[in-house]
Write a protein that binds this ligand. Structure first.
Ligand code: FAD
Length: 537
């Protein structure tokens, strides 16, 4: 709502750090830098979390399979970060036990799995009560009766966390803003300004007004995920290592068509592993891992991706015969990995790497959602060491900066709060939305309910969506219908029936509040729906 003031600030003041990219990497760097006392700006060309950070498996996980690749450092770092990120946002990063079935004819043996998981828990410092438990064949089948019994020889249960990647990114962006960062979506960096070959600022375009503007900064950080090499090209500094993009697809199925009891991580015939994760009234399954060279701004699920995932599911679970018609939604994202000669997609390291150009541009690529905080700390440490007097700045404290929406002391507090919200919503017949609302907005649900009190649409579901929209426009920089329906609420992925019910009212309300016509955006949204359902071909 204060876009005009932000652009004025960006164009008239000089910043210490300007970050390109509002995915989790850029958001994490903005929060770290701003909270240390650096004057920070962040520009995002679409909406926050438009890129990979809304298209992951949505797990805060240690990356069990990186053990197989002997990446102990990576497992230790991201494994230990899980508990930290849970503490920072316990409503949004929720403990989830994962079932790992063991098969007679494929995958790892029981002994090796038991040792591997023990090492995984040890590296990550997992609490005793949460450490892995090995299961007999019958215990495994009790945990998940849908597993095909003919091939199962046992299993294991181990601890992970699930999240909503886009919400996590947005809450970090908001927290960075609370610490003084100036953040703007729909603002694309198009070129750079230099003095004597050293970067001094950027030229950007505000996609809403079509106007160009300049912003000055001492240090410029390229956190553009899959677009990192495009930004290095703009700076003419793409030398040495480059990105290798791989596409990962997830499909969403109605829970009743794939009624698994809990999250499962299972082997597929080709040596890869796939997750199946229950969420609200759906189960989602992913991911694929294939080299990608197409359009970075429009990554879509293809019928071949759907085929691969459904075949894996149909082979793993008894009595399940899913077809493409059962896919209610899907998403496709790109892993911005570092190219390594001779390695296949799945073998490429997920470690992050920093590149520093002669112009001063710092680029960061690779990494995981889970490790965003540590990646940010490394980048800001480097910036401070290179460009600033560390004595004038605070140390990194992001391990204790609670994210916006968190006023809870523990996960038990979240559960108690959810019960209270359920009660509040009962008289409007909306109590079954309490869990979703608390996981989405945390303690900010109170603000959403305040907006709901003044809504009286013929459908209570529409009233609730419009109350959420008011909060998101006011507090979360929502501009386009898809900002709200895809990234703030996840409706496109996990609640297609609700999306179809509320979308017209949402667009009309946005047009009214913003005073613009959204005819093109309405068409854009229909296209997104068609692509998510994989019938847009
Ligand atoms: P992005 O989220 O892509 O952000 C980059 C941003 O830069 C984009 O929003 C883009 O619009 C913006 N940008 C580009 N060019 C410009 C410009 N010129 N001006 C302004 N802005 C620009 N990690 C986990 O920890 N757990 C998981 O379960 C997990 N699952 C995954 C599953 C898949 C299929 C994939 C692909 C990845 C997964 N990951 C997971 C990895 C994780 O999602 C990524 O490492 C992370 O999201 C990358 O974030 P990012 O901010 O670097 O990139």
């Amino acid at each position: 709502m204060n876009r005009h003031d932000k652009i004025k600030k960006l164009t008239t003041e000089a910043f210490d750090v300007l970050i390109i990219g509002g995915g989790i990497t850029g958001a994490g760097i903005a929060l770290d830098a701003a909270s240390r006392g650096l004057k920070t700006a962040l520009l995002e060309k679409h909406d926050f979390a438009f890129g990979t950070s809304s298209r992951s498996t949505k797990l805060i996980h240690g990356g069990l399979r990186y053990l197989k690749q002997l990446e102990f450092g990576l497992v230790k770092e991201v494994g230990s970060e899980r508990a930290v990120v849970h503490r920072l946002a316990p409503h949004l990063v929720i403990p989830e036990k994962m079932l790992l079935p063991l098969y007679e004819k494929r995958g790892m043996g029981s002994m090796l799995t038991s040792l591997g998981l023990k090492l995984y828990d040890w590296l990550a410092g997992v609490k005793l009560e949460d450490q892995r438990k090995m299961l007999t064949r019958s215990q495994t089948l009790q945990h998940e009766p849908l597993l095909n019994p003919s091939d199962i020889k046992g299993g294991a249960i181990y601890a992970e966390y699930r999240t909503d990647d886009a919400r996590l990114t947005i809450e970090i962006v908001k927290t960075a803003q609370q610490h003084g960062a100036t953040v703007l979506n729909y603002a694309q960096v198009e070129s750079f300004d230099y003095q004597d070959g050293v970067l001094t600022g950027v030229q950007a375009i505000d996609h809403l007004s079509g106007k160009q503007f300049r912003a000055k900064a001492e240090v410029i950080v390229n956190a553009a995920g899959p677009w990192v090499d495009q930004i290095r090209d703009l700076d003419q500094s793409k030398q040495g290592k480059t990105l290798h993009l791989t596409k990962g697809v997830h499909v969403v199925i109605d829970r009743e068509k794939l009624p698994i009891k809990q999250a499962i991580y299972f082997d597929v015939g080709d040596g890869r592993m796939i997750f199946a994760i229950p969420r609200h009234q759906t189960t989602y399954v992913g991911t694929t891992d294939t080299t990608y060279t197409g359009n970075l701004d429009e990554v879509i699920t293809t019928p071949a991706d759907v085929d691969y995932l459904l075949k894996a599911v149909n082979q793993t679970f008894v009595g399940i015969h899913l077809t493409a018609g059962d896919v209610v939604s899907s998403w496709a994202g790109l892993r911005p990995l570092i190219h390594e000669e001779g390695k296949s997609e799945s073998e490429l390291s997920r470690k992050d790497e920093l590149f520093e150009a002669h112009s001063g541009l710092i680029s960061i690529a690779g990494g995981k959602l889970t490790g965003y905080r540590k990646m940010a700390q490394r980048v800001v440490d480097r910036i401070v060491e290179r460009n600033f007097d560390s004595r004038a700045l605070k140390l990194c404290t992001t391990d204790s900066i609670l994210l916006s929406g968190n006023s809870f002391h523990s996960y038990q507090d979240v559960v108690k709060f959810t019960k209270a919200v359920e009660e509040d919503l009962r008289f409007r017949g909306l109590s079954n939305y309490a869990g979703y609302l608390v996981a989405t907005y945390g303690a900010q649900v109170t603000d959403v309910l305040r907006h709901l009190a003044s809504r009286n649409e013929p459908s209570e579901v529409v009233s609730l969506a419009l109350a959420e929209l008011s909060f998101c426009v006011e507090r979360e920089m929502v501009i386009m219908p898809s900002d709200f329906l895809v990234r703030r609420t996840g409706m496109l992925y996990f609640d297609m029936p609700r999306l179809l019910l509320v979308k017209d009212a949402v667009i009309q309300e946005l047009e009214r509040v913003l005073g613009v016509s959204l005819t093109d955006e309405r068409e854009q949204l229909e296209k997104l729906i068609a692509q998510a359902k994989v019938f847009g071909f």
